[in-house]
Ligand binder design. Structure first.
Ligand code: ME8
Length: 507
């Protein structure tokens, strides 16, 4: 039986204003999910929308509609964005789904019945845009440490989750599973800033917020939006029914991929809740960095970004996907600019891959009418290219297991670079002048086509659109993982060459 792999993105706040930063988590999760599928894993890739909370209610109010009407309409924007980026999610959860609402209510009741949730009074500081409670010591200059905006003092009757009870168990979880929080810098931040100062019990209900999941045994309360949101990862699988087929098959999650600012919710509150529920904790929480513009946050109010679909329209899906996956070491912050996107596209996609593919296929047509077989007339230096191609599997597996996505792509594109170098060494246009070198010429073209084919098997994980185009021209059905090594006995009958990418002129 295939091994399972459950990967999630955060569930997004429904928005009319998505930017390239929002696409970051999802494009990365998509590449990981596709890579695992390629390898034969039974993958469940989940994304969705986080639709409750004061912020949404406020926006709906401004638009003169009910919160549900507001989210129903705006949700399509997220689905459309993911479709335009070729995101291959298996399940899209909405926190307004009936199954999710019932699941969250059952979770809350179970924790209350067993004493992990109790009633008390909340006095504290709340940041409405971030839906986060803060203590005085956590504020920076008296403002929300995440977004820098004003916090409000609130006092109200509230339910609390005994988070403090799980302090030692969380430390044990991190110690026993060194890869639970990655990259390591995030783990150190969490332990030093949150765990070591001592965890306080967490306020998990609000009476002043109306748009949310009602506590069914005390309906003047709604469930704190982060408890609601985090639960999505199991309600989608059928929890609280622990015998639900999806839950049995896919839980625990293999990776929760999140942005760095929400790592603490996923690596502290979420595993503590799961421990309280008596179910397994996820295997890994990976907190990636931010894409920034001019060193600062991408922000609607600064007006410093375009809708990602505008970049897709101009440069193509795969230019955007490639940039996001390749430009920044996965985990660190990185700068987004249209100029950097153009430079990356021209250097790697146009000059390296595009050029290689076009000239290889063109030569195959020019010299052999597109029909190429291996004539096995080898030179010493051929071996080095073929060995590199056959090493890809091991290298890419290592890189992807460590979520070094940018390095994996670098290795893959190094094969295309080596193929270009091989053309320069073999000089097919010189061989073509000599009838006696005809078999050597055909061998050279075979080696190139076969190397491109194997690399493209992997390229499917990152640039599915481009990989599809390459396979179509190669006219091959050897596209799956089982054909991931250099085979001497394929036969090519190529379709016409195409330009994979157009050079982008800088205005
Ligand atoms: O946080 N660079 O939703 P969200 C990189 N609903 N990633 C960025 C980014 C940037 N400039 N801006 C946003 C939420 N993101 C909650 C999650 S999960 C139970 C609830 C990433 O719509 C961000 O880090 O604000 C997060 O991973 C994702 O976009 C969704 O952010």
């Amino acid at each position: 039986m295939n091994k399972k792999f459950y990967i999630t993105t955060p569930i997004y706040y429904p928005s009319a204003n998505f930017h390239i930063g929002h696409c970051y988590t999802t494009i990365a999760a998509d590449a990981i999910a596709r890579f695992k599928r390629l390898e034969g894993f039974d993958v469940f890739f989940q994304t969705g929308t986080d639709e409750h909370g004061a912020k949404i209610a406020q926006k709906a109010n401004e638009a003169g509609v009910t919160p549900k009407e507001y989210v129903d309409k705006i949700i399509e924007n997220a689905k459309d964005l993911w479709a335009s980026l070729d995101i291959s999610y298996d399940y899209f959860i909405r926190t307004t789904d009936e199954q999710h609402i019932k699941g969250v209510q059952a979770i809350f009741k179970k924790l209350y019945d067993q004493g992990d949730i109790y009633k008390g009074e909340y006095k504290g500081l709340y940041c409405t845009p971030c839906e986060s409670f803060w203590t005085n010591s956590q504020l920076i200059d008296g403002k929300c440490p995440d977004c820098g905006r004003e916090v409000k003092e609130v006092t109200e009757e509230a339910y609390f989750f005994r988070l403090s009870k799980y302090q030692d168990k969380l430390i044990e979880l991190y110690d026993k599973n060194p890869n639970f929080i990655l990259p390591l810098t995030r783990k150190n931040e969490l332990v030093n800033n949150f765990i070591k100062p001592g965890l306080e019990d967490l306020c998990v209900s609000r009476t002043s917020v109306k748009w949310g999941i009602l506590v069914d045994f005390d309906p003047s309360h709604v469930v704190y939006v982060w408890i609601d949101a985090l639960s999505n990862y199991i309600t989608s699988l059928g929890y609280p029914d622990e015998d639900a087929p999806l839950f049995k098959k896919y839980w625990p999650a293999d990776i929760h991929l999140v942005g760095k600012e929400i790592t603490r919710f996923h690596a502290i509150i979420w595993p503590a809740l799961l421990m309280a529920l008596g179910i397994d904790t996820p295997k890994q929480v990976f907190g990636h960095g931010w894409l920034v513009i001019n060193g600062g946050k991408i922000s609607k109010s600064l007006g410093n970004y375009k809708d990602p679909r505008e970049y897709i329209d101009v440069y193509g899906i795969d230019a955007v996907r490639y940039f996001v996956l390749r430009e920044v070491p996965f985990g660190a912050d990185g700068t987004f600019s249209e100029e950097a996107l153009i430079n990356r596209t021209n250097a790697d996609l146009v000059n390296n891959l595009g050029n290689l593919f076009n000239r290889t296929v063109s030569m195959a047509h020019k010299y052999f009418n597109g029909k190429i077989e291996n004539k096995d007339v080898l030179e010493d230096y051929d071996k080095s290219l073929i060995d590199s191609v056959n090493d890809l599997d091991k290298i890419l597996n290592e890189k992807m297991d460590g979520l070094k996505i940018n390095e994996a792509l670098e290795e893959l594109f190094d094969i295309f670079r080596k193929c270009n170098k091989y053309i320069d060494e073999a000089t097919p246009w010189v061989l073509a002048k000599d009838e006696e070198k005809k078999d050597r010429l055909e061998t050279v073209l075979y080696n190139l086509l076969e190397s491109i084919r194997v690399a493209t098997v992997y390229l499917q994980a990152y640039l599915p659109d481009t990989a599809g185009k390459i396979f179509k021209v190669l006219n091959t059905d050897k596209t799956s993982y089982e054909f991931n090594t250099f085979n001497k006995d394929n036969k090519y009958n190529l379709n016409e060459p195409i330009h994979l990418f157009d050079r982008i002129e800088v205005k």
